[in-house]
Design a protein around this ligand. Structure first.
Ligand SMILES: [Zn+2]
Ligand SMILES: [Zn+2]
Length: 286
């Protein structure tokens, strides 16, 4: 049983349509795949239809952009009711913030002498719910300014780079509560990953568990073997579910092939039963 719990389609910043992604997952030998586009459930229906057709299990998910003490933290949310009003309101704030910073990024790039327009970004974002930074990066690649998305982030768009613009992200604890309130379970994505996110400590993760966190993504390409060992020990101490996944983005991200990291069936079982029993503190207190 091969399980990959973190992938992106064109509904956010991946390069496959949701159906293509599901077909690719089945072709690569996965039995279960989660679609976890940034801040949206937009790809779920198409992915589910294709999953039914090819006979693979789809776990509906999303990766929510949150903020914890000034740092960006990505929160994976599974099985949420995407129409739950508090969650919808939070996602709308995030998506609006993402789209709103595009013109500022373009203005900064123009000031650096790079000819790029909002139309270029819109074209790169075809199919996505909101255009955002990865689409600006893709437009820079198309224009031949940089060779790939990673270079665009390293030179212009990443944290502290000349065209970087801050945006709204949901407070982390509030997001964990919103996910639990929407009937879902949450997992901190690549907690010690790249991108200036910092390294949430055991105490932080323990506090999050108190408000309803269910697991942490341990096996991710951003974590080396030592990180994975440490995170696994923390998960054991805190009785958190351990997940592993590819964070696949199609050709938008190198070295993140479908199934390159996987989640143990017993851990997925724990995730789904946490949802079924609503064992999070946040749900009980609502
Ligand atoms: Zn992420
Ligand atoms: Zn991701």
């Amino acid at each position: 049983m091969r399980i990959d719990l973190h992938t992106h389609s064109r509904a956010s910043d991946g390069t496959d349509t949701p159906a293509e992604l599901v077909r690719a997952a089945a072709a690569s030998g996965l039995d279960v795949v989660a679609l976890t586009d940034h801040d949206t459930a937009d790809g779920w229906a198409e992915a589910q239809a294709e999953a039914d057709r090819v006979g693979i299990e789809l776990v509906p998910g999303m990766e929510i952009s949150t903020n914890h003490r000034g740092r960006g933290v990505h929160l994976l949310a599974y099985y949420v009711d995407p129409t739950h009003p508090p969650l919808v309101a939070e996602l709308e704030r995030i998506l609006h913030g993402r789209a709103a910073r595009v013109p500022t990024m373009i203005a900064r790039l123009n000031a650096l002498g790079i000819a790029i327009t909002e139309d270029d970004v819109r074209r790169a974002a075809a199919g996505a719910v909101a255009s955002g930074r990865p689409h600006v990066a893709d437009a820079l690649v198309t224009k031949g300014v940089v060779p790939d998305r990673t270079a665009a982030f390293d030179r212009y768009l990443g944290w502290g780079k000349p065209a970087h613009v801050d945006r709204y992200a949901a407070p982390l604890e509030a997001a964990v509560r919103a996910v639990a309130g929407a009937g879902g379970v949450s997992v901190v994505a690549h907690p010690w990953g790249r991108g200036g996110y910092g390294r949430p400590e055991e105490a932080t993760l323990a506090a999050l568990k108190e408000v309803g966190l269910t697991g942490i993504e341990v096996d991710h390409q951003d974590h080396d073997a030592a990180d994975r060992d440490e995170l696994r020990a923390i998960a054991r101490n805190l009785d958190l579910v351990v997940t592993g996944s590819s964070d696949y983005h199609g050709y938008g991200k190198q070295d993140h092939d479908l199934g390159c990291n996987t989640t143990a069936p017993a851990e997925l079982e724990r995730l789904t039963s946490a949802r079924a029993t609503g064992t999070s503190g946040a749900r009980r207190s609502e």
